[in-house]
Write a protein that binds this ligand. Structure first.
Ligand code: GLY
Length: 566
């Protein structure tokens, strides 16, 4: 009897040890935790600069200005002063708002500016070179934010970026490859050799003296240091030299616009996100409302059923995006109808678990391949409880590749986000209609989705991502990872992602993230899967407020992204 008891005790202890070891292996991935404040961005240097500003007593808006300008130096592929973006904020008292500093079309832009005599889209004209450039909004946006909410002097917020530009940034492995890939296009577009045209290797130090001087003009003359005077002269002269159409009047007239965010409930949560001219908020609302009636948490994460449900919701939403959405200041968009639960339920009435709904049955369009897309997102929570969610971009990697001669900054190629011709896809394969046609001073439709989630009226999550058309679905999956699957922030950000956008009618999947059985079941149901080796869907930078009030960062391992806090 005694021997038997010893044996049972031994067996029990062995099982306990094995189970501990297994659970050790499965230990939850946890991101950087901080007590009070956090900045998560595409580069450690920028996150640190933002966090240092908070340490000095600055607020989230001060940190936003400093982080944004630092990214313009240390992350030139997407960080910018020559681009634009969107910001969602939530103050500690619960007030919320949105800032639109999206680029706009030049005054002499017109609907057919990218078409040839036969009415066909001229390849690359809206993507590469001076014709592709929209009027930059970033600098106006930063001054708007600083004026309304900033607490430290602007000169203190811009100085770290000036120092970084002058002293140099260290090239990372990813940056080496980004610069290598863009080199030929930098050569093609510019009529001189900018700092970006060198053979940069990992570990090299890249100094940007001309950019440092441009930032000094912004420091000394405020918004006018960019939109007027020497910087404006350099920009207009160089764009004109390259055949572009931007004028001084375009720059002087640029205004960032405060807008009301799209706010809606998803189960226990309130989602606050970007309104038009970004499609992000409307599409996110449509997709979440489409899946809300389903018991999502009962589905296995990234299983066939889960991928299927999200895909069908995304397909229907992106079809609406193509038909209805454009700059709200120029076209009437039925936002309430598009996000109405009855309308959404009706759209889903053709959904079946037994087979895919072909996109051709939802609407029509043509198919194009994919090109690189680059945008960047940063999330900030300060020690006072204010939260800022910013997505900013030059559009594709290094934008138009135009580097303003004498001023050292890169101009966007955001004009490609317009629909050059109804039904003809842009660089992301997105099609559009008259609603997103080019018009003078109109803002091009975006997918950027900076988002702040609340639970029971309290701050829960700050998130966003780059990724062109995939931005919306990456934000969606991270909201669901946390709210439905109880993941932590880093765990959520690390999870493999997938994307569907109506046209082309394929599910893009990150490689090695989905099991073969799931994929083969989806194929049997009629879904086409694209799983390319190099495919990366978004780089989410996010912050989660934990139940104990601490902050957990999710800094995307797909890039050099990094969180700094205290
Ligand atoms: N340029 C990408 C976007 O705004 O969606």
């Amino acid at each position: 009897m005694k021997t038997r008891n010893i044996f049972i005790t031994f067996l029990f202890l062995s099982l306990l040890i094995i189970s501990c070891k297994t659970s050790e292996k499965k230990e939850k991935i946890i991101g950087k935790i901080s007590e009070k404040a956090m900045v998560v961005s595409a580069r450690m240097e920028a996150s640190k600069i933002g966090s240092d500003i908070l340490q000095k007593g600055g607020n989230a808006y001060d940190a936003m200005v400093a982080t944004h300008l630092a990214l313009a130096v240390v992350y030139p592929v997407a960080g910018n002063i020559g681009g634009g973006g969107f910001m969602i904020y939530r103050n500690t008292d619960g007030t919320k708002g949105a800032l639109d500093f999206r680029e706009k079309a030049p005054i002499i832009a017109h609907k057919d500016m990218y078409l040839d005599a036969e009415g066909n889209v001229i390849e690359n004209k809206s993507v590469l070179g001076a014709h592709a450039v929209g009027i930059p909004g970033s600098v106006a946006g930063l001054f708007e934010v600083h004026e309304k909410f900033g607490s430290l002097p602007f000169k203190d917020l811009i100085q770290p970026a000036i120092n970084l530009a002058r002293n140099g940034i260290t090239i990372t492995k990813k940056q080496q490859s980004d610069l290598e890939n863009a080199k030929e296009r930098f050569d093609k577009v510019n009529n001189y050799k900018s700092v970006f045209n060198e053979d940069w290797q990992e570990g090299d130090v890249l100094k940007q003296e001309e950019l440092a001087q441009t930032l000094e003009r912004i420091r000394d003359f405020g918004k006018d240091g960019f939109y007027k005077g020497k910087t404006a002269d350099l920009l207009v002269n160089y764009v004109t030299e390259l055949g572009g159409i931007i004028t001084h009047e375009d720059l002087e007239k640029y205004q960032a616009i405060w807008r009301k965010p799209i706010s809606f409930n998803y189960k226990d949560y309130t989602i606050n996100t970007m309104t038009l001219p970004s499609s992000g908020g409307i599409c996110l609302a449509q997709i979440l409302k489409t899946i809300e009636p389903f018991d999502v948490s009962k589905l296995e994460h990234n299983s066939t059923e889960y991928v299927q449900l999200l895909t069908e919701a995304e397909r229907r939403s992106y079809a609406d995006r193509a038909n209805y959405l454009g700059d709200i200041d120029f076209v009437k968009v039925p936002i309430d109808s598009l996000t109405d639960q009855n309308y959404i339920n009706k759209r889903m009435s053709s959904f079946s678990w037994d087979k895919a709904t072909p996109s051709s049955e939802i609407s029509h369009g043509k198919i194009l391949g994919y090109e690189s897309n680059e945008t960047t997102h940063y999330s900030i929570v300060d020690q006072f409880g204010n939260a800022v969610s910013v997505t900013t971009t030059l559009n594709t990697g290094y934008g138009s590749k135009v580097v303003v001669k004498g001023a050292g900054f890169i101009l966007n190629n955001e004009m490609d986000d317009f629909s050059s011709k109804p039904g003809v896809p842009n660089v992301y394969g997105l099609v559009g209609s008259k609603a997103n046609a080019i018009a003078p001073e109109k803002r091009m439709l975006s997918s950027m989705t900076p988002t702040i989630v609340e639970q029971n009226g309290k701050l829960k999550m700050v998130l966003g991502t780059p990724g062109g058309s995939t931005i919306i679905t990456s934000v969606l999956q991270n909201i669901l990872n946390v709210t439905e699957f109880n993941m932590g922030m880093q765990e959520s950000v690390d999870k493999p992602r997938f994307h569907h956008q109506w046209l082309p009618d394929v599910i893009r999947m990150e490689p090695n993230g989905f099991n073969a059985q799931t994929i083969s079941k989806l194929e049997t149901l009629g879904y086409e899967i694209l799983e390319r080796n190099s495919l990366i869907i978004g780089r989410v930078d996010a912050i989660l407020v934990l139940p104990n009030g601490k902050l957990e960062a999710g800094a995307d391992k797909r890039g050099d992204d990094s969180a700094v806090g205290f």
